[in-house]
Design a protein around this ligand. Structure first.
Ligand code: URA
Length: 189
């Protein structure tokens, strides 16, 4: 499947009821050759209206962290576990995640990232480990198949609790360092 075919398939998806209540499908955005993939939870109100992930307040905060560690948003890929907004921003239902995860799997197959960063506990519990504890495990690296994975606090959590911001900056600095190292190594090959 190509990116265009996947995007078309995702936009007309009816595998769960959220396809009926969404405004726009939020497929994902960024460099389709990126080695660094960020995965959030699900679109919020601003994303539902624009069709682009992480453009609201949480997304703007994510942009500030990316900028602070010298990563251009356009050089990475950003997607979510769910492509359609759950009403009132409630947590995704497991059945919705099960229905939607095939789209993310296809995105990962096409992208072949080296690093996957889970933004928040929902993505970490889905992609790293069901019992992942974001408070105690954020920033730790896990090797899964051909990927290096880690999780950081969700930017929305940082908006609610600014005491987590220092930890976020540390994690993002470590991610940027790992990303640059991997980029350098692949340039030398
Ligand atoms: N929160 C998410 O998890 N994803 C978005 O795209 C926006 C907010």
């Amino acid at each position: 499947m190509t990116w265009d075919e996947l995007r078309t398939k995702c936009e007309s998806c009816s595998a769960c009821p959220l396809g009926k209540t969404k405004t726009k499908n939020v497929f994902g955005t960024g460099n389709e050759k990126a080695t660094l993939l960020f995965v959030g939870e699900a679109p919020g109100k601003d994303e539902d209206l624009s069709g682009i992930p992480f453009v609201g307040k949480a997304g703007q905060l994510l942009d500030r962290y990316l900028e602070a560690v010298g990563i251009d948003r356009d050089e990475v890929y950003i997607a979510n576990i769910l492509k359609c907004r759950p009403p009132n921003n409630r947590d995704p239902e497991p059945s919705e995640e099960d229905a939607c995860i095939t789209h993310l799997r296809e995105q990962i197959r096409l992208l072949k990232p080296k690093i996957i960063v889970c933004l928040g506990r929902i993505a970490a519990m889905r992609l790293i480990r069901e019992d992942y504890r974001i408070t105690s495990e954020h920033g730790q690296w896990v090797e899964k198949g051909s990927f290096l994975m880690t999780a950081v606090y969700h930017p929305s959590a940082l908006l609610r609790d600014s005491s987590k911001r220092e930890a976020m900056l540390g994690d993002m600095m470590a991610i940027a360092a790992k990303y640059r190292k991997i980029q350098k190594e692949s340039e030398q090959c």
